[in-house]
Design a protein around this ligand. Sequence first.
Ligand code: XMP
Ligand code: MG
Length: 178
Amino acid sequence: MHPDLDKVLITEQEVQKRIRELGEQISCDYAGKEILVVGILKGAAVFLADLVRYISIPVYFDFMAVSSYGAGSASSGVVRILKDLDRPIEGRHVIIVEDIVDTGLTLNYLVQSLQSRNPASLKVCTLLDKPERRVAKVKVDYNGFDIPDQFVVGYGLDYNERYRNFPYIGVLKRSVYT
Ligand code: XMP
Ligand code: MG
């Protein structure tokens, strides 16, 4: 384990097993259709890359990058689009792929933005969910793991752009960020 971590919360094996289940569930739910997965950069890139390899129906990718206005690590709910989708999504079956839903403010904004573009359907898939911290009411259709209110890194999640490459999810030591 990396010395900046308190503990490994979810092992590589557990992550992969759960993502396989999610991929199989999505393939089953959308059987006979094709889907567009929209990855939210950068955190969801690692998750999306593994998830699509467990999906057996036709799947297209697009990406968005967003940033929350506001001080520090607290999400303000005001979201700015840094990179929008390459193509329209009208009439398509869209799944937003996120790394983590915390307050839900980012996701709430994304759902509203994409819904207004008239997709055939819109669902949300997140690897991690911190339900204790929820502020905005958002429906998560596919969730890898509920986690406690602790700052986690790895598997795409970062602190100051570090640790994204870990194949597992770990709890960052407080001393690293205080
Ligand atoms: P909201 O609060 O809008 O924010 O749901 C979701 C975004 O907050 C970041 N976030 C984290 N990033 N470890 C991280 O590396 C965490 O424990 C964590 N909690 C929230 C993340 O960018 C996510 O997209
Ligand atoms: Mg993120």
